[in-house]
Design a protein. Sequence first.
Length: 399
Amino acid sequence: MPWHDIAAVVHGKAARNVARHFIQRWNFTKIVKAKYRPLSYPYLLPKSLSTANELSYQVPGSVHARVQVLRSAADWSCGIKYHEESIHNAYIHVIENSKHYIYIENQFFISCADNKYVFNKIGDAIVQRILRAYREKQRFRVYVVTPLMPGFEGDISTGGGTSIQAVMHFNLRTIAKGEYSIIEQLKREMEERWMNYFSVCGLRTHVELNGRLVTELIYVHSKMLIADDNTVIIGSSNINDRSMLGKRDSEMAVIVEDTEFVSSVMDGEEYKAGQFALQLRLHCFKLILGASNDSTIQVQDPISEKFFKEVWIPTSARNATIYEKVFRCLPSDHVRNNVELADFTAKAGLAEEDPAKAVEELKKIRGFLVQFPFCFLSEENLLPALSTKERMVPMELWT
């Protein structure tokens, strides 16, 4: 399965702070597990921040920016008295203060607090920011790119399929299913106009392998947010409670605020964009939309009507339609229950019925972007059945 990921390198004081976090975790773990083995596992001492900018080497292509190290940390991971959830706080702060758009790539998308099973408020912040734009008649976009399925493609009704369905339940609960979902919250005030503000997509690719056409979803493993072409968060933290709440998984991220700006465009107007954020966003858009190989695809303006309604939405919809026609691939909006699932998978796609015609269809694919199927198994209860071992574990395992 192909993966799509993102990482960042930092220099100076931010790099020293990354080192200090590692040292804090190392020393705490030594106290707990190897206190009396000083030779094998020595205590570590951090270097001073006063010499942090004395760089003997700098990664080519780096830019100057304001950088803050963020983390999810608690007593079990760092030995601190009060847990830290600065990644969660940073996501909410950036979303609330964004002016034009938010672009998110994340391995999971589990949010919208009900204070029973889900507690992080990233999805709620997205809802409130879109509603504010709607009420103020502002143009605003939210793009989310996440895996089409939270695991390998295959039979989701057997083997590890129960675990996949459980994660799917909470992903769909965040996006479109139930009263707490982003789309249902937006519909209560905006009806179907939410589609002008919010888009969720996945990634898919294809290849000819041993003379046979095959397709696979691209597993989005990145954990990134870009806002307004001037602010970026990159790290290890998924959008779920496990990563964001601080008391559970230990995570690290950096928030980058540009200090060097270049001329760009936003909603058809001249705009000063941050050099790092703009460069990163353009790279991502060109990659997933196929603009790297097609100069006619314009991605400079991330919120214009022309880009949103003539590039992003049509490209993702066309790609999804072609892949479904050629491969009968899952997930699909045409499969709302297990009966339809059996019927859908029993029928062959164009790749098997007419390979030559399938090749011609696949030539119309641009990039990797495909629409996320909100209705896939929407009529089924995807939570683990009472008879399964997955139901025996705490519900928070899936959130």
